[in-house]
Write a protein that binds this ligand. Structure first.
Ligand code: ADP
Ligand code: MG
Ligand code: MG
Length: 481
């Protein structure tokens, strides 16, 4: 795919544009704490980024945007379907303590009808790649949008992603490409997500109550969260916003009159930017705290039912006949919505006993990705590692905790990456687009359903996982072709 400018750039021009790109990023808050000092904002650094936007097929970009609200409704429907969640997650739960504990909380709260909060807040990010396994010709329908996953908890990068378009416009202008600069699609992700928070906060109905950002201690990506916090403040300065660790909730939060109280604040919304991984729950106390929050009247973002609906095991189930259709009553466009959703699915296979998934994968591991039920990047297996893993697991029932997915053969682009203390070189890279969205549900009803904006993350072709958190991907923005 042709880049949006002719590459390579002449050395002195490149040096100048790169230096300006770093300064612009620093001036405009496209920054992170340094990995060496994740507890301190004394010294921060621009966020690693591509120098210019990477090409994205226009049709696929709009396809990903157009299906976003549908996915919110699908997740909403799943979150309300106890039988579906139970039957799909039952096999993986048997051997996955983490998944089981999440489900136990869900079950205790929802089945026992504990009075809690009917209003739910979801901040989602659906991720996709542009699959070229059918051919690389952009002028045909051969390149297809394929969903990598739906994130229903701690979906980050709306803050930094929103600013990246601004940065790329500036760089393109410096390269004399103002026309391309003005044609880039706007991402208003962080502002629109903030609107979701404000709406949910109003529905809670106490103008003294706070929004709690539940965060991790080593917050090297804190500025991304700050962007969201400040956008909420821009919309309504009266909303108290506090940031606390899970540990603080464990130690000091309490329930009074079914309300969640922490440090003298009544909490209107708990926004989890943490709590999605087993190591976030080192003792039973963290589980007790999660249960306490879930039972309380506070609005959870996400509630545990949304967290479970975003499981990879659920993703694997959805392509099966009837699975998406089961939730059709939630879709205003009925079958048309079902089709829009289904069109984004990659091939997904179960590794449950008696299924053929693992045999198929052993024969040809290079065309699959093996995924455990985990979040946060760095967990998946590719190629020969799939074989080793499957042979190691053998017939053990823990196999059901994994899903097998067709490996997407992504569109390859060329771009420069701007990273601290690294040479700026032209690299062959692949992109993953993330579409942000916000949903508020109140029982069956969905009073707020909003597609918020996008982020592109781009990684070198050679790295299998494009984790931004792990340092192998950089932020980017789409140039539509
Ligand atoms: P996580 O929840 O940990 O982010 P993902 O499902 O997003 O898990 O996988 C992590 C990364 O692995 C993705 O960002 C992508 O780079 C790569 N990946 C995941 N699924 C596929 C796939 N089917 N084909 C190719 N690469 C994939
Ligand atoms: Mg994820
Ligand atoms: Mg991911």
């Amino acid at each position: 795919m042709e880049p949006c400018i002719s590459l390579p750039l002449e050395k002195s021009l490149l040096d100048d544009v790169v230096a300006q790109s770093k300064d612009f990023a620093n001036v405009h808050g496209i920054v992170m704490r340094r990995r060496e000092t994740p507890l301190s904002s004394d010294v921060v650094c621009f966020t690693p980024h591509t120098l210019v936007p990477s090409p994205v097929p226009k049709k696929l970009f709009y396809q990903s945007v157009d299906v976003q609200n549908d996915f919110h409704l699908l997740m909403h429907g799943i979150s309300r379907d106890y039988q579906f969640l139970k039957s799909v997650l039952s096999s993986s739960m048997q051997h996955d303590e983490f998944q089981k504990k999440l489900f136990d909380i869900y079950e205790e709260v929802y089945i026992n009808n504990i009075p809690c909060q009917p209003i739910m807040l979801g901040m989602l990010r659906c991720d996709y790649m542009f699959d070229c396994s059918g051919g690389r010709d952009i002028s045909t329908d051969k390149i297809q949008l394929k969903q990598v996953e739906v994130n229903t908890i701690a979906s980050g990068l709306a803050g930094l992603g929103t600013q990246c378009t601004r940065l790329h416009r500036f760089n393109l202008e410096n390269l004399g490409k103002s026309e391309i600069a003005s044609s880039l699609p706007e991402s208003k992700a962080v502002g629109k997500m903030a609107e979701g928070f404000v709406e949910a906060w109003k529905l809670y109905g106490n103008n003294k109550a706070a929004i709690l950002f539940l965060i991790e201690e080593l917050s090297w990506n804190i500025m991304d969260q700050r962007w969201l916090e400040y956008e909420i403040r821009n919309l309504d300065k009266s909303i108290p916003i506090i940031r606390r660790l899970f540990k603080d909730v464990v130690e000091r939060a309490k329930i009074e009159d079914n309300k969640l109280i922490l440090d003298n604040y009544e909490i209107a919304i708990v926004y989890y930017r943490y709590g999605y991984s087993p190591e976030h729950y080192p003792t039973e106390k963290e589980w007790e705290a999660r249960l306490m929050v879930e039972k309380s009247q506070t609005i959870k973002c996400p509630p545990i039912s949304y967290h479970l609906a975003g499981s990879k095991k659920i993703q694997q189930e959805l392509p099966r006949a009837g699975a998406v259709e089961r939730f059709q009553k939630y879709f205003p466009d009925g079958e048309v919505t079902v089709k829009r959703i289904r069109n984004t699915f990659a091939g997904l296979y179960t590794l449950d006993m008696n299924d053929e998934g693992s045999e198929t994968a052993l024969k040809n591991p290079n065309i699959y990705v093996l995924k455990p039920q985990r979040e946060g990047g760095g967990n998946n297996l590719f190629g020969e590692d799939i074989k080793t893993k499957l042979e190691q697991i053998g017939e053990d029932k823990s196999r059901a905790g994994y899903i097998l997915m067709d490996k997407i053969e992504p569109l390859v682009v060329t771009n420069y990456t701007v990273q601290s203390e690294k040479d700026v070189e032209i690299r062959k890279m692949v992109s993953e687009i993330g579409i942000f969205g916000a949903i508020i549900s109140n029982g069956e009803n969905v009073p707020f359903n909003s597609t918020c904006g996008h982020i592109l993350r781009t990684k070198t072709v050679s790295s299998n996982e494009g984790s931004f958190a792990g340092g192998s991907a950089v932020i980017d923005s789409p140039f539509l072709v």
